[in-house]
Design a protein around this ligand. Structure first.
Ligand SMILES: [Zn+2]
Length: 294
């Protein structure tokens, strides 16, 4: 099954939900980042969460999920766009913590203290930015906490990544169920019971469940209206122009010191690893551009 996500609403209009299958994307990220199993699990959960947040986006809208924790991974960054593309990184992808009782200690690797930030670029003048303190570092619970406290939407979130003994990601995905203000207490109890009874998302995916089946399980007892299905993939929009722009943005002083060293500068995109090399004459040119700036 190809990576994709599917949205649904209940016919009563009291719940909306989205489920995503991200196995291929997370395996691609693991390889690009050279990430350990626990770093892959953290990044894969964050990327899946970012996709779920972006599920209703249109046009050029995109979301960034940034987790800064006091755990050894330091930072997990995930970006998802309306067109179903994503990219992301872990600050210290080589950090490896062994599984405990068969579970990777993602919360310990991310940390329990820090910030969980969501930035939404919706094409407005200023991007929307919501920040909540990190609670568990497990990411799904932190995302639910963010949605409740920052966006005031009670949400159930499940995210998971499963790797085989050779570290290849063989199942990744998750789902998000949101309660709208019109829902009754009985309906909310029903959905909570459904979700409590569900296996882990990775168990469902390993059994071959599709996002559609996951949505049916989560919202059992409700008539569903399925909305659009979106294919998901990794894509890094980095380019030489953007990297040059970032160098110019460093300012004359910084560029001056690079030029004086008279060495080529080798910059690797932290998302996709693509190399960008600038020779001393090219740096000189960027310095001239920086000097022209007001
Ligand atoms: Zn790149």
């Amino acid at each position: 099954m190809r990576d994709h996500m599917l949205r649904a609403v209940t016919r009563c209009g009291h719940f909306r939900a989205v489920a995503a299958l991200t196995t291929g994307v997370v395996e691609t990220l693991r390889k690009l980042q050279g990430a350990s199993p626990v770093a892959t699990a953290a990044l894969g959960r964050a990327i899946t969460g970012a996709f779920l947040l972006a599920s209703e986006f249109k046009g050029r809208e995109r979301v960034v999920l940034q987790i800064l924790g006091d755990g050894p991974l330091q930072e997990v960054y995930a970006e998802a766009a309306a067109d179903g593309t994503c990219r992301g990184y872990v600050r210290r992808p080589g950090v490896d913590l062994p599984a405990q009782d068969g579970k990777l200690p993602v919360g310990e690797a991310v940390g329990q203290r820090g910030t969980f930030t969501v930035m939404k670029d919706l094409g407005l003048r200023e991007p929307y930015r919501g920040v909540v303190p990190l609670t568990t570092g497990e990411i799904a619970r932190d995302l639910a906490y963010y949605l409740l406290h920052s966006e005031q939407i009670p949400s159930a979130v499940a995210l998971g990544v499963y790797s085989d003994p050779c570290h290849t990601v063989t199942a990744a995905g998750g789902y998000l169920v949101q309660t709208l203000p019109s829902a009754t207490d009985e309906e909310i109890d029903q959905v909570e019971e459904n979700i409590r009874g569900m296996p882990l998302p990775t168990d469902l995916i390993r059994q071959g469940a599709s996002p559609k089946e996951i949505l049916r399980d989560a919202l059992q007892g409700f008539e569903l209206k399925f909305l659009e299905e979106k294919p998901l993939r990794f894509h890094c929009p980095c380019s030489r122009d953007r990297v040059a722009g970032a160098l110019v943005a460093l300012g004359s002083k910084e560029l001056e010191s690079l030029v004086q060293r008279n060495e080529r500068v080798d910059i690797r995109c932290e998302f996709c690893g693509r190399p960008y090399i600038f020779s001393p004459p090219q740096l000189q040119e960027l310095l001239a551009q920086a000097a022209e700036r007001p």
